[in-house]
Write a protein that binds this ligand. Structure first.
Ligand code: AMP
Length: 361
């Protein structure tokens, strides 16, 4: 039997997942915007991921359903005629920053101190509990640094809450981190999980700018244990991402993404099996492949518009990915990865790549 894989979402993650399904000869369908990045490479049903009827209709033509985004109507994912991976409860947990923090608390995983904020009274309580600075974030639908404000002083708190529309928020103590790190775990239906070498991530205004993946990260084992603990708790199948801060040589969990992740794009060329290949394999009930790195790797996001392909590809060990999107300031329109046989060589190549990509902002 050749099962039809359905993917909720037709952005660039759906595109890269679909390309891996094609490689396996697995028919794939997407649900999303007909002009999305993914729609260029796979049959796409037009529909909103907020529309329960559209999801149910779409599911009837699929044998397995997965997601490229956590922002889907999760109540539409129950009682479908096909399995949904990752489990809807995992998707739901990631949709609400307070639920995420409660999950970390329950598992004894350290986080920034946090307080739910849904009113001016709770905001005043958060100010007393956290001091300054703290980060006020919308509980739901925030991503890439959107829907959050750093509050540096007492008189900034109420305006920040107003700016976010007074929707339910979470206030988090500001973590003075030394670095940011993400861990990705490939979780098959049966058999052993695999963890990729961790990525060290550098953000620009809340959005991933570039990441590096180097051998023997001192926090690899701790990060893998953390990722496995979250995967266990969620009964997870597929690729799971946990984003963390590194402070004083230890991990402080920030958030989970129930999907492939921008900080795992390096694995397309840099690992024995990419995050996209392993996600597709996992949700289809196939064994996941080795996640070892084949070299030192770095990925730079291409934001706003694409640089000249030739300039990127002139760098030794460089790979270019365009997502087929139109230009818009700050929009993720592609990424480029460089591989190198040693850490100093990687940094040389990454510096060249970042010069080609140009300054942010
Ligand atoms: P998030 O949407 O939670 O991933 O936040 C986007 C980025 O904002 C993170 O990757 C950090 O660079 C920064 N950030 C978020 N929360 C905090 C925090 N509590 N303390 C310090 N920086 C934060």
């Amino acid at each position: 039997m050749n099962p039809v894989l359905g993917i909720l979402g037709a952005g660039q993650l759906g595109r890269m997942l679909a390309l891996e399904a094609h490689a396996l000869g697995v028919p794939v369908r997407l649900l999303g915007e007909p002009d999305g990045s993914g729609a260029q490479v796979a049959a796409t049903a037009e529909g909103s991921l907020d529309d329960a009827d559209a999801i149910k209709r779409f599911a009837r033509g699929c044998d397995v359903l997965t997601v490229e985004t956590e922002n889907v109507r999760v109540d539409a994912l129950v009682d479908l005629p096909c399995p949904v991976w990752p489990p809807p409860a995992a998707i739901e947990a990631s949709q609400d920053r307070v639920n995420e923090k409660r999950l970390f608390d329950r598992l004894g995983i350290p986080t920034a101190p946090w307080v739910p904020v849904a009113s001016d009274e709770e905001l005043a309580g958060a100010v007393e509990a956290l001091g300054f600075p703290f980060v006020l974030k919308k509980r739901r639908s925030g991503f890439d640094g959107r829907g959050q404000v750093v509050v540096k002083a007492r008189n900034e708190a109420v305006p920040a809450f107003r700016l976010l529309g007074e929707v339910p928020c979470i206030a988090e103590g500001f973590v003075r981190f030394d670095a940011e790190l993400s861990v990705l775990v490939a979780c098959p239906v049966r058999g052993a999980r695999r963890v990729w070498p961790v990525a060290r991530n550098v953000h620009y205004v809340g959005q991933l700018d570039y990441c590096t993946v180097l051998p023997n990260d001192p926090l690899q084992a701790e990060a893998a244990a953390l990722g496995n603990r979250v995967a266990d708790a969620l009964g997870y199948v597929g690729v799971l991402t946990v984003e963390t801060f590194v402070r004083g040589g230890a991990l402080v969990a920030n958030e989970i993404a129930p999907r492939v992740h921008n900080s795992g794009h390096w694995s397309i060329e840099g690992a024995v099996t990419s995050q996209f290949a392993n996600h597709v394999r996992a949700v289809l009930g196939l064994p996941v492949g080795p996640t070892d790195a084949v070299a030192c790797a770095a990925t730079v996001n291409l934001l706003g518009s694409l640089p000249a392909r030739g300039d990127v590809l002139a760098i030794p060990g460089a790979f270019f990915h365009g997502y087929g999107k139109s230009d818009r300031p700050g929009r993720k329109v592609g990424h480029a990865t460089v591989l190198a046989p040693s850490v100093p060589r990687l940094h040389e190549r990454l510096d060249r790549l970042r010069q080609v990509v140009g300054p942010r902002g």
